[in-house]
Design a protein around this ligand. Structure first.
Ligand SMILES: *Cc1c(COP(=O)(O)O)cnc(C)c1O
Length: 391
């Protein structure tokens, strides 16, 4: 059991990661070199996808994916009210509107029912649906696709929390059997760290090609793909064929990502083991404190250990609990304030209430969960929790 401060999440960096970054720094490339294509191929293979497109954040990944799937001004995207800001913001980057949908009050996930309600509200402006696998628990993708596909809607899975989670068919998040694309983040608190970094996986080779274009200014140099054939003879010639951005991942980050990827199965097993320990310790505290909700058939590799606490019944505020835990060396966080309640979105769309999102948000608290935690740490956290709550 460690006696230092336990943050709610943190990266695990070993000497082999440091060596990989050092090698990249000593190579001829600091950006867009051989590490990028190798990382894309290895990551895509890990999640059983034929294509991976690396970029410098999952925010960029979401933007490239939405744009590549044809999202344009006047369109709308359905986004669960409980998610990180970027799932919604990427729609705004495309000039599209966000139609928030409610979530299941226990899991915080978009469900076929909440999607159906949002579709009815948004009418025919919707062009894309963006389910979020909150905490690593995957949404009911087959049913969501069953609603969205017949309407011709594109589907992007925000899989930032779900690396190494398996769906009902045993397929990893990112394989996209029921979607057009999945996005991942390599921010340090996520399951795999690059510093900053993101990835889109997709079965659609044309979409992957389009994202490789927009990732770097929409610029083409490859002779065979130029519109002006004579350009192929001119060594300086390049064409901008689409409006793109600089969303390139540095080779340095990709080297770190590749090194981290070799340890993914160990990281994932650690997250599963620590989650099971927490589950066993918390189950007796029900109904005041409950382990995170799962979904039948989903083998979640939890990115967050987002417990449900009935603060009202316990007569403790979340602020009091977080402060008291922090004094005992236990860091916690809240994932997430409903995005629809952010001042920017309230100014755009007015005050909106979602019953499931409000109920989820009122009770959620993320306890420390990361691979470097010791076996005894969940007990240390739960003991502190019980002491503060008087349980
Ligand atoms: C972290 C996260 C993002 C954004 O990832 P960045 O790499 O920081 O841009 C998007 N969606 C979800 C659900 C996330 O957790």
């Amino acid at each position: 059991m460690s006696d230092g401060y336990l943050p709610y999440g943190r990266q695990s960096i070993d000497q082999d990661d440091i060596d990989a970054v050092t090698r990249a720094l000593q190579s001829d490339y600091l950006t867009t070199g051989p590490e990028i294509s190798a990382f894309e191929a290895e990551f895509a293979q890990t999640v059983a996808s034929p294509n991976g497109v690396a970029c410098n954040s999952a925010t960029a990944a979401l933007h490239m994916a939405y744009d590549g799937l044809g999202l344009r001004p006047g369109d709308a995207v359905i986004v669960p009210a409980v998610t990180f800001l970027a799932t919604a913001n990427a729609a705004r980057f495309c000039g599209a509107d966000v139609v928030f949908c409610d979530v299941d009050p226990e899991t915080g996930l978009m469900t076929p029912d909440t999607l159906r309600e949002a579709l009815a509200r948004a009418q025919d402006r919707v062009r894309l649906v963006a389910p979020v696998h909150l905490g690593g628990v995957m949404c009911a993708m087959e049913d969501i696709a069953g609603l969205a596909r017949p309407l011709g809607l594109a589907i992007v899975e925000d899989s930032c929390h779900a690396l190494a989670s398996l769906d009902e068919a045993g397929q990893p998040a990112g394989a996209c059997p029921n979607s057009d694309a999945a996005t991942f983040s390599f921010h340090p608190v996520k399951t795999l760290a690059c510093g900053e970094g993101g990835m889109v996986t997709t079965r659609d080779a044309a979409l992957a090609e389009r994202m490789r274009l927009t990732r770097s200014h929409g610029m083409v140099r490859d002779g065979a793909r130029l519109e002006r054939a004579a350009g192929a003879q001119e060594p300086w010639w390049y064409e901008m064929q689409a409006l793109g951005w600089n969303y390139r991942m540095p080779d340095i980050n990709a080297a770190l990502g590749r090194s981290q990827l070799t340890k993914l199965s160990r990281f994932a097993q650690r997250r599963r083991d620590l989650s099971s320990r927490y589950d066993a310790l918390l189950t007796p505290l029900s109904p005041h404190v409950q382990p995170p909700a799962g979904r039948p058939g989903i083998d979640a590799c939890r990115h967050l250990y987002n417990v449900r606490i009935d603060f009202e019944a316990l007569d403790v505020t979340r602020t009091e609990l977080m402060r008291a835990l922090s004094q005992q060396g236990v860091g916690t966080q809240v994932h997430y304030i409903p995005v629809s309640d952010q001042p920017y979105y309230k100014a755009l769309y007015g005050e909106q209430r979602f019953e499931g999102a409000d109920r989820y948000y009122a009770r959620t608290l993320s306890l420390p969960l990361y691979p470097a935690m010791d076996d005894g740490d969940p007990e240390r956290v739960v003991t502190a929790l019980k002491a503060v709550l008087g349980l």
